[in-house]
Ligand binder design. Structure first.
Ligand code: ATP
Ligand code: MG
Ligand code: MG
Ligand code: MG
Length: 493
């Protein structure tokens, strides 16, 4: 099945179970300051779950555009490293607003997976929230999944492993215990069951999350029961497509082939399995869809996340040999691939291309000099004597306890300030060399510059459009968020 057919099959299945097919909402959340980008299918129904909004239907199904880059669910650092994460992806979902609850949700999920999609039952593993005996019993007694294939997982508050069976949209908002379905891609792939030390591998891939929405979490972390228990589910279209197309990585499915070929064409890279091509194929989707939904590259908030994704893409193109704007040339390939499902790509094509090209031209003016500094510094670090080596477990790509090479935070700041290298871009390059960035020194340099600007009274007089003081202040905040995401690598639900 092609991914377009899988999308349709999902929606039709739930339509046949009385669900209203609802269109995807924008990637820019409507009237919700707690959310950077739409990160799940339930976002557009948040107020329905909370009881503030009513619809004419109590069951809905969607294929929702999602972006997970920045904010609570941030997968930017995973792209290019795992088989299963994108910045932009489509989440297939079914929703019950005070209608059915655990029993039907689980039965529907099993029916779709094993009867419509005909997945092998002995490849499927289930997790339930540790205390959720009801869900455990439904899976084992009613659906008939052997008890040894149903794993109980708690809410991972600072726990050792990544698994977390209590889903939250953000720090506040609707939330509840969940049950997830994992697919075993086979023992030739590294990875362990959820809740095990090897769970971050890509052998057992989570395909579907069914959340039993029961609470609204407030700023103090207090859980208030929702007016009516509800259901919210999410299945990544790219992940289920990989399973149904018999491939392991999402990047091997039909939808990505044209994009990877386009990336290779524009950078003249012949190795179609190269991680940089996957990053480009991923990032063109995120960038184009964000621009189509009205985000423009800038120095703060959503615009800065978009700029970071674009610059990361450019850096990967640069690594493959591109020396002038190339990324925007992938837009027609994306429109050809996804334009019929998402007409906003067709109507926005010109604007998307122009926006990307301008941003590329701007960054290509500084990337060469910046990269030279970055690479020199890394080379110097790698040269013995190794007085730079410290024993810290913070390195993104290091094994805890191993020595870690640390990139100078002052230099990272200079790259940021003078050459427009977002911290995560520098960290991404460093990670390829097994080097981590001293973010504490980076933050200190940022704070010092702010202080100097303030003392010199230059705050309002800054002339550079891109790097004026006021904007630097805000980027400091973004950077803090970055740091969190780098250090919390693989640690989200
Ligand atoms: P993972 O543990 O693999 O990071 P998750 O637990 O963070 O996934 P959920 O928040 O439960 O994901 O989202 C519901 C579903 O959306 C997942 O089961 C998966 O199929 C899909 N999904 C989540 N994040 C991504 C992503 N970055 N790229 C592609 N699909 C994703
Ligand atoms: Mg999950
Ligand atoms: Mg998960
Ligand atoms: Mg995740």
């Amino acid at each position: 099945m092609k991914s377009a057919e899988i999308r349709d099959a999902f929606l039709k299945f739930f339509e046949s179970k009385g669900h209203q097919i609802v269109s995807s909402s924008s990637l820019v959340p409507h009237d919700d300051p707690t959310l950077l980008f739409t990160n799940a299918g339930m976002n557009q129904f948040k107020d329905v779950f909370l009881g503030f909004d009513k619809r004419t239907y109590t069951r809905a199904t969607t294929a929702q555009k999602c972006v997970r880059a920045g904010g609570k669910h941030n997968d930017l650092e995973n792209v290019g490293y795992t088989a299963r994460h994108h910045t932009f992806f489509e989440m297939l979902g079914n929703f019950s607003f005070g209608d059915y609850f655990k029993r039907d949700a689980i039965a529907y999920a099993w029916e779709l997976l094993t009867e419509v999609f005909k997945l092998q039952k002995d490849r499927l593993w289930i997790t339930v929230y540790a205390e959720d005996d009801e869900a455990f019993d439904i899976w084992t007694r009613e659906v008939g999944v052997p008890a040894e294939r149903v794993i109980r997982i708690g809410d991972n508050k600072g726990g050792r492993y990544a698994s977390d069976n209590f889903w939250m949209m953000g720090d506040t908002g609707p939330c509840g215990p969940c049950t997830e379905v994992f697919y075993d891609h086979g023992e030739h792939i590294w990875g362990g069951l959820p809740g095990s030390p090897e769970e971050d591998g890509d052998r057992f891939i989570e395909i579907w999350n069914n959340v039993f929405m029961q609470f609204n979490r407030d700023e103090q972390g207090v859980m208030h029961p929702l007016p009516k228990p509800s259901v919210d589910t999410g299945m990544g279209l790219e992940r289920i497509s990989a399973v149904l197309q018999g491939v392991h990585a999402n990047y091997e499915i039909d939808l990505f082939q044209a994009l990877i070929t386009a990336a290779a064409r524009e950078t003249s890279d012949a190795d179609l399995a190269s991680p940089s091509l996957r990053v480009l194929a991923d990032h063109i989707r995120a960038c184009a869809f964000l621009i189509a939904d009205g985000v423009i590259p800038g120095n703060e908030g959503r615009g800065y996340v978009l700029r970071r994704i674009i610059r990361r893409a450019i850096r990967h193109g640069y690594k493959l040999g591109a020396r002038a704007a190339f990324f925007y040339k992938m837009v027609p390939d994306l429109v050809a691939e996804m334009g019929s499902a998402y007409p906003e790509l067709v109507s926005g094509e010109r604007r998307i291309s122009d926006t990307l090209r301008q941003e590329e031209e701007r960054f290509f003016a500084t990337i060469e000099n910046g990269m030279a500094i970055l690479e020199d510094e890394i080379k110097a670090l790698k040269k013995p004597p190794t007085q730079h080596i410290i024993n810290a477990g913070v390195g993104a790509s290091s094994v805890v306890g191993e020595p870690v090479l640390v990139f100078n935070g002052e230099t990272a700041f200079k790259l940021h300030d003078t050459f427009g290298f977002p911290l995560d871009l520098t960290a991404d390059v460093c990670r390829e060399h097994g080097v981590s960035v001293d973010t504490v020194a980076f933050d200190a340099a940022m704070a010092r510059q702010k202080e100097q600007a303030r003392a010199a009274g230059k705050f309002k007089m800054a002339t550079s459009l891109e790097y004026d003081g006021a904007q630097t202040v805000f980027r400091g905040y973004e950077v803090l968020e970055d740091k969190g995401s780098i250090l919390a690598l693989y640690k989200d639900g």
